[in-house]
Design a protein. Structure first.
Length: 97
């Protein structure tokens, strides 16, 4: 294999890195909400936690679509809609913190 065969085109590399700019913040939001709940710093029923889950799942859905990962598209869409419904329900009932 010569150097030409293993050379990565910078344009192709950029295309492969761009989805991470969407996926990593989405992952961070969901993990932060999880860790804060686990250490009892933020309740899963709080508006902040629900909004972090909605934003994180939304970003991860876009990321999963870009990389065409059907299982993760489904997982994150379900996560997004459950979190959005939970937020809607808590605001409707006046239960949000």
């Amino acid at each position: 294999m010569d150097a030409q065969q293993i050379h990565i085109n910078p344009k192709e590399q950029k295309l492969h890195m761009d989805p991470l700019l969407i996926g990593l913040p989405g992952m961070a939001l969901i993990l932060i909400a999880f860790v804060l709940d686990d250490f009892h710093k933020l309740s899963v029923d709080s508006k902040s936690s629900m909004m972090m889950n909605i934003a994180g799942a939304g970003l991860l859905t876009v990321y999963a679509y870009i990389i065409m990962s059907i299982p993760f598209i489904i997982l994150n869409l379900v996560w997004f809609f459950f979190a959005a419904y939970k937020l809607y329900d808590s605001v409707k009932d006046g239960k949000s913190k």
